[in-house]
Design a protein around this ligand. Structure first.
Ligand SMILES: [Zn+2]
Length: 249
């Protein structure tokens, strides 16, 4: 451990260098996640202590070759210091019980059926209509933004569970269409974002407007914290929904 302590000088004594990243001198989170710790171990194994290099006053400064080795570590610690602070203040969940999502959505089955029947009150649906109008008038490009179609802090893992829950619950056929919109598009652009808004509203006790804003703001948080998850099996999700619906009869 002794190599962790450089010679030090007057300037370094007032700074707690161990709270800073030895690669970029950025601030490190007080409570690093397991992922961050693992990334750090991996980068440390591919770097050497390099104090007094002229690049940094940090006596714990480390050098990697190539410098890009530390990029993902630095991205992640930046996320854990800045984005997570916002998340904590806004009460975005750090853990999500994805197993509870099918049940929560099944409880709202009637609302989703009404939404399919008459989607005219959904901003997401109106947005799809605008896209289709643009398309038919020859304006190139589909302006559906990632923020709009995303599921906020539920991330990609949540999106997958929502997708398969809704598909089973509403008995959707992907080769079908809903109000002349291909079903996969209607799912992606209307039903999934509406489900995310509903769940966020319930989680945090927000108004619809607040939940819409939270969904957009928490998108990058969700995609980093809950990326695609190979353990989520569409067949399992669909079976859970089927069982819930049978039990409701
Ligand atoms: Zn860094």
């Amino acid at each position: 451990m002794s190599e962790l302590f450089g010679p030090g000088d007057g300037a370094s004594q007032s700074v707690d260098w161990s709270s800073l990243c030895p690669y970029c001198d950025g601030e490190l989170p007080e409570h690093p996640s397991t992922v961050l710790k693992e990334l750090r171990t991996a980068v440390d194994a591919r770097s050497q202590l390099h104090p007094n290099s002229g690049l940094s006053l940090n006596p714990l400064h480390r050098r990697t070759t190539p410098v890009t080795v530390s990029l993902s570590y630095c991205e992640r610690h930046d996320f854990e210091t800045t984005t997570l602070r916002v998340a904590e203040k806004s009460h975005w969940p750090a853990d999500i019980d994805f197993n509870s999502l099918p049940r929560r959505l099944v409880e709202h089955c009637a609302s989703f059926e009404e939404l399919i029947e008459d989607p005219s009150s959904s901003d997401f649906y109106l947005d799809v209509l605008r896209s289709l109008e643009r398309f038919s008038s020859g304006i190139a490009g589909d302006l559906a933004s990632f923020e709009k179609t995303g599921t906020g802090y539920y991330g990609y893992a949540g999106k997958a569970v929502i997708l398969w829950s809704l598909t089973e619950m509403l008995d959707l056929d992907i080769i079908d269409s809903i109000h002349s919109i291909p079903t996969p598009v209607f799912l992606e652009r209307v039903l999934i974002p509406e489900a995310a808004v509903l769940l966020i509203q319930e989680d945090l006790g927000l108004t619809r407007e607040q939940a819409l804003a939270t969904k957009e703001k928490s998108l990058s948080y969700g995609s980093i914290l809950f990326p695609e998850d190979d353990t989520i099996n569409p067949r399992d999700v669909r079976r859970i929904v089927r069982n819930l619906q049978v039990a409701d009869f």
